[in-house]
Write a protein that binds this ligand. Structure first.
Ligand code: BES
Ligand code: ZN
Ligand code: ZN
Length: 479
């Protein structure tokens, strides 16, 4: 698939984008005024004519001048989907009248981003692969070639980060094992420009990763930790740490999941996927920021060695936790990841992203992620990124009243409260104990990892949620 610049396209399938009401050609203006256009849906209208013996299909698309970037992404979905619907392999995107060059430049990265996300397809495991067709989009505008390529690539790199996340979530648990995930991160690090250190079980035991190792004790495949380091700013500028939950399969352990939910649990590494995808995008676009990505990876299974309900484990932080539910494993591995990152002097703030609680899915029904924080300014920054990129977040409160939910009679904490209410908050309150007072936001993405239906630039399947939220947080810090 390629997106190329062309000053004068001869293609017979094209979209003409009309930006704002001023400066549009008389011909388009008449069209927009017509009853047919008014009746058309989603501000799109298609006409066909015969020019030089060829059938030319033109779609007119009307976009308001002051559209937000997110609305513009939605507008750009339309021609891309139109092209797929009509099964054409070559398509021209033109602007009507005297479209503002600054507008076009601003929109090129957004186009690349949307194009990469909308056209994503998971190759899958069918013995007969579906044919891949080569697609070309010609962009008809007055932007210099070098600048055009650079602006489009910026967006494509972001989409590539999203698609790395989608690919790993789509892959089955016997393919994307903890080690395979770490190897993929290592490979991507070489290509995109970040360092990766991988720790095995022996090394993790020496370091004291009690929470992570306890969860992985019943596993088929070895527990691993991947630490990704990207230095895009001066080395003395504080790092943002991102911890991603990498449970490559969550059977629930001895608190075994029921038939309805167990089959879905290969997606329990969605946080790890988002953390990796964001790191790739940040590094590929050489964002001026420092990022430390910590990905604890393991399987939560039943086995001879598996951790058992009622046992007490010692975490990396030396705090003890009574295991009241082996299915509340995410917070154990995340707590070790958070402690590991937040203890580092070079880390200024920490984010964690995890498919942590079914409670989040129940509250929000897949419309947004739940966030908890110990620092409202940090959350404000994340909110800005969310507003910009369209990945929605909603804050949950951490009232003192909920404190009893993480208390144990025999250890410092328990991992699962007696009360079944406010489960998403209890998980956040647990994690807060492991951040060494550093500014922290916890993002619970259970419920928003996989889309059931097509929505704007998200095809059904893994969303890759979190990649753009983290990317734009770091990109925003640039100024
Ligand atoms: N991986 C699950 C959470 C989950 C649910 C992810 C739905 C994706 C979709 C997590 O490890 C879990 O099982 N959490 C328990 C916690 C409870 C035992 C305190 C839950 O939410 O039921
Ligand atoms: Zn679980
Ligand atoms: Zn889990």
């Amino acid at each position: 698939m390629s997106i190329i610049l062309n000053k004068d396209s001869q293609l017979v399938s094209k979209v003409i984008i009309c930006v704002g009401e001023e400066n549009i050609s008389a011909q388009t203006s008449t069209l927009i005024e017509s009853e047919l256009f008014k009746k058309s849906t989603k501000d799109m209208f298609t006409t066909s004519s015969v020019e030089d013996g060829k059938v030319v299909v033109t779609t007119y698309l009307y976009a308001e001048k002051d559209l937000s970037d997110e609305k513009l992404r939605e507008v750009y979905c339309l021609p891309i989907k139109d092209m797929a619907r009509r099964k054409v392999n070559s398509y021209a995107i033109c602007f009507d009248g005297e479209a503002d060059c600054d507008f076009i430049k601003k929109s090129l990265p957004l186009f690349g981003e949307v194009f990469g996300m909308v056209t994503y397809k998971f190759e899958g495991y069918k013995s007969v692969k579906p044919p891949v067709s080569e697609t070309t989009i010609e962009f008809v505008c007055d932007v210099a070639q070098g600048e055009f390529d650079q602006l489009v690539a910026q967006g494509l790199n972001i989409a590539q980060g999203v698609n790395v996340a989608r690919d790993t979530i789509n892959a089955p648990s016997d393919v994307i094992t903890p080690r395979a995930f770490a190897e993929l991160a290592t490979e991507r690090g070489k290509e995109c420009g970040f360092e990766v250190a991988v720790y095995n079980e022996k090394e993790l035991a020496e370091m004291g990763f009690g929470g992570l190792l306890a969860v992985g004790r019943g596993a088929l495949n070895e527990t691993t930790l991947a630490v990704l380091k990207y230095t895009g700013d001066k080395p003395d500028v504080p790092y943002t740490a991102v911890i991603g939950k990498g449970v490559t399969f969550d059977a629930g352990g001895y608190h075994l999941k029921d038939t309805a939910s167990i089959g879905f649990m290969k997606v329990d590494m969605g946080g790890a996927a988002a953390a990796l995808g964001a790191t790739c995008a940040v590094a590929q676009n050489k964002v001026k920021a420092n990022l430390l990505t910590v990905i604890p990876l393991c399987e939560n299974l039943i086995g001879k060695e598996a951790f058992i309900p009622g046992c007490v484990i010692t975490m990396l932080s030396k705090k003890t936790v009574e295991i009241t539910n082996t299915d509340a494993e995410g917070r154990l591995i995340m707590a070790d990841g958070l402690h590991f990152a937040s203890e580092k002097e070079e880390v200024g703030r920490v984010i964690d992203i995890a498919t942590l609680t079914g409670a989040t899915a129940i509250i929000f029904g897949g419309a947004c992620a739940a966030v908890t924080t110990n620092n409202s300014e940090f959350l404000d920054e994340l909110q800005k990124s969310s507003d910009y990129c369209g990945e929605k977040i909603w804050q949950l409160p951490m009232f003192d009243k909920y404190k009893d939910r993480i208390m144990s009679k025999i250890a410092d904490y328990c991992n699962s409260p007696m009360s079944k209410t406010a489960g998403a908050i209890a998980a956040g309150m647990f994690l807060r104990e492991f951040v060494n007072q550093k500014p922290w936001v916890h993002i619970d993405i259970a419920g928003i990892t996989v889309a059931m239906a097509d929505e704007n630039y998200t095809p059904p399947g893994p969303i890759g949620y979190g990649v753009r939220l983290i990317y734009n947080l770091l990109n925003e810090s640039e100024g």
